[in-house]
Design a binder for this molecule. Sequence first.
Ligand SMILES: C[S@@+](CC[C@H](N)C(=O)[O-])C[C@H]1O[C@@H](n2cnc3c(N)ncnc32)[C@H](O)[C@@H]1O
Length: 244
Amino acid sequence: MSSQEMFSARVLSLYPSMFPGPLNYSLAGRALKDKRWDLSVLNIREFASDPHKTVDGRPFGGGPGMVLRADVLDRALSAIIPKEQQNEPVIVLSPRGNPLDQKRVNELALGAGLTLICGRFEGIDHRIIDAYGAEEISLGDFVLSGGEIAAIALLDAVVRLLPNVIGAAESLTNESFTDNLLEYPQFTRPQIWDGYTVPNILLSGDHAGIASWRQNESEQLTRERRPDLWARHNRELTSARVKK
Ligand SMILES: C[S@@+](CC[C@H](N)C(=O)[O-])C[C@H]1O[C@@H](n2cnc3c(N)ncnc32)[C@H](O)[C@@H]1O
């Protein structure tokens, strides 16, 4: 996306007043005010067709709970996605989806926008996912009561990567998940706090030494805490070397 275009986020929810919520603060909030991105939120219930404003039904085949209806969601999606933006990703927040990671966040931030469907109850009628070629994305292996918090987390992660949202571009290149590594430990003033000191190398002014210390710390932390990420780091490093 060029720095001139505005990234547009569209959200369908039964609780539209939960937005922008935390997205109104700090980086995302400033970027929203500066029109670096734009947020439209529609209440799914407005697209119910009966006087009782019914948005859900019992699951076919039986079982507990209720499921958000395909016909209602379809009307809401048709209303929120402008014709020229129909090729942008439609994402259903769901514990069954692919876990969100920084790689997918980067890809989404390079696009021009996206549509998010926040489920409630037992989730949404699967036919919507097929009909819209929607992608299911999960925030992690736990069950939330609705998709709104997951949608806010996803948008926060995407918006901070949009052009000119974070001041120092360098803070993006060093952070966790760059090169599949976790970030090294950080320290600031005071130099001695409650008897705790900071690693001497960070006070040395030796830039190469500091970079090497940070790289080692990142590698060690990743190896200890996230063997899955460490394996991916090594795999990608090997394949990059083979390509050279
Ligand atoms: C109570 S959950 C439904 C759980 C569903 N019956 C299941 O077992 O997979 C209601 C809604 O919360 C959202 N949700 C719950 N956990 C989530 C997660 N880990 N990631 C993203 N969205 C989640 C989804 O939108 C989901 O439709």
